[in-house]
Design a binder for this molecule. Structure first.
Ligand SMILES: C[S@@+](CC[C@H](N)C(=O)[O-])C[C@H]1O[C@@H](n2cnc3c(N)ncnc32)[C@H](O)[C@@H]1O
Length: 276
């Protein structure tokens, strides 16, 4: 069944609202995608046309969040892009151990349903010495309240854990629910290392103290170049000297000006002699 038609003017209004509030770049080529994804939403609300829907979105903040969820992809997974986790184990954790650092802060920026932050937490449990004596925290933020609700439960279907090595599954997850082998929950000692918070990356950041490592993977693809440049600059400011920025695989910083040192594709360091 064909959905309600989306006029050019309505598409421009939708992309304008989305750009103003969160800098997501819905260019003309995305019109068909916007129409098909939002048509389902209109149907479930019993709204007949996009003009009415636009009035509804503009009067209703919660609907804006739902609309955004329809338009973005929240795809993620445990140990996605595994070399980033190897880099933590082989390079970052030994350095933090050597420095005998007491306070350790990581940030998963655009964390979706939490798998990235929990994968980092598991690797920390495995790879950082004396973690229980340290003040260690992973801040995990996203603009999608729906994804954050999923993330906070820490409960995942078995299929979603396919990339977790068997020893990780045994040690850091427990069966959840009445039926065995269907749902798993991250154990409290892992969940306790992560704090989920709502944050629009293009809005103000309330965090005051700097991070050791920032993951911002597969998020900047949605932004235009000016927004990416600004974001990368803000990440630089938010890191300690020697801190690491990790981006997703199709998100090289090659085309934008930045002050980071290139360590390997998708991994960048704020030089140790940089001002903080
Ligand atoms: C494709 S997921 C990436 C998840 C994870 N980082 C990974 O690589 O597996 C992108 C996430 O970015 C979030 N996002 C998009 N725009 C955002 C913004 N302006 N502020 C915060 N999060 C945003 C989306 O809600 C989505 O959950």
């Amino acid at each position: 069944m064909l959905g309600p038609s989306l006029r050019d003017r309505e598409f421009r209004l939708i992309s304008g609202i989305v750009y103003d509030r969160c800098r997501l770049n819905l260019h003309k080529g995305k019109k068909a995608l916007v129409q098909s994804r939002l048509s389902k939403r209109l149907r479930s609300l019993g709204i007949e046309n996009f003009r009415e829907y636009l009035d509804y979105v503009q009067e209703n903040d919660a609907e804006f969040s739902i609309m955004l969820d329809c338009l973005t992809t929240n795809y993620t997974g445990f140990y996605r892009e595994p070399q980033h986790f190897e880099f933590l184990t082989e390079v970052v954790f030994p350095q933090l151990d050597l420095a005998e650092q007491e306070r350790i802060r990581f940030w998963s920026a655009g964390c979706s349903s939490g798998e990235e932050a929990y994968s980092v937490a598991i690797e920390m449990k495995k790879g950082l010495s004396d973690i229980e004596k340290k003040d260690t925290l992973i801040l995990a933020t996203d603009i999608s309240t729906r994804m954050l609700d999923v993330a906070r439960t820490g409960v995942y279907e078995k299929d979603r854990l396919a990339n977790c090595p068997p020893d990780v599954l045994r040690s850091f997850f427990a069966h959840f629910g009445p039926e065995k082998g269907v749902l798993y929950r991250v154990r409290p000692e892992v969940a306790g290392l992560v704090r989920f918070r709502h944050l629009n990356l293009v809005g103000p950041w309330p965090m005051k103290r700097p991070f050791d490592v920032i993951f911002c993977r597969n998020v900047m693809i949605y932004f235009d170049k000016a927004t990416r440049r600004e974001l990368v600059h803000r990440f630089w400011e938010a890191l300690k000297p020697g801190g690491i920025l990790i981006v997703g695989h199709c998100e090289s910083l090659a085309s934008i000006e930045h002050a980071f040192e290139f360590l390997s594709p998708t991994i960048y360091m704020k030089r140790t002699d940089a001002r903080s």
